[in-house]
Design a protein around this ligand. Structure first.
Ligand SMILES: Cc1cc2nc3c(=O)[nH]c(=O)nc-3n(C[C@H](O)[C@H](O)[C@H](O)COP(=O)(O)O)c2cc1C
Length: 182
């Protein structure tokens, strides 16, 4: 499992930090913390692509920023998922891999609804991230989301970690589907 971790202020992270501990403790996990590797945003595209080639299971671990991913994660997508490599003519490097977005959101789950603060269900904001993976021929695993990240108690955080551990078991033990994603 390859973990692409993007948190711009890891020292101030509470939720993603917990989730990162669970994910990186999985046997054989490879971790790439983008803000540590590329504080100047100068991504080593070849190194990132080589890392992706090594694994069938890919995790994107980020907080939700402005209904999307933090800017360096978006930049990573722009740079690494390149034409002719990840999509387009000859772009089949990621075909058949499985991608899982593990994230935390400040907004509580009920606030992601019509007439509430965020006006749409959370899954509407997942759609562009999901389609990015699918456009590259990856299978999409149901996202793991910790809502209400600002108010979460220690107890709830521990519960989230336990649930994530179970999620990891499922994710890692699921056989890789044959061939490219539909
Ligand atoms: C620039 C910025 C944008 C954010 N945008 C959103 C958002 O669109 N939706 C949301 O639910 N929370 C949003 N948040 C809250 C973060 O998702 C939250 O702080 C984070 O998930 C907490 O995780 P951490 O403890 O690992 O930092 C935003 C926070 C920042 C700093």
């Amino acid at each position: 499992m390859l973990i692409i971790h993007a948190h711009p202020r890891p020292s101030q992270s509470r939720v993603i930090k917990h989730l990162l501990e669970v994910l990186s403790a999985q046997p054989g996990a490879e971790l790439r913390s983008l803000y540590e590797l590329y504080p100047d945003f100068d991504i080593d595209v070849d190194a990132e692509q080589q890392a992706l080639l090594r694994w069938q299971k890919i995790v994107w671990l980020t907080p939700v920023y402005w209904y999307s991913v933090p800017s360096l994660m978006k930049h990573w997508i722009d740079q690494v998922l390149a034409l002719g490599w990840a999509y387009g003519h000859g772009g089949d490097a990621l075909r058949g891999k499985t991608c899982w977005w593990v994230c935390s959101a400040g907004g509580a789950d009920p606030a992601y609804a019509p007439r509430e603060m965020h006006r749409r269900p959370f899954r509407d904001y997942v759609a562009p991230i999901e389609q990015t993976a699918r456009f590259c021929g990856m299978h999409w695993w149901r996202p793991f989301v910790v809502h209400g990240a600002h108010d979460i108690t220690e107890q709830e955080l521990l519960q989230a970690s336990t649930t994530l551990e179970q999620g990891c078991d499922e994710f890692l033990s699921a056989p890789s589907p044959e061939g490219p994603a539909p």
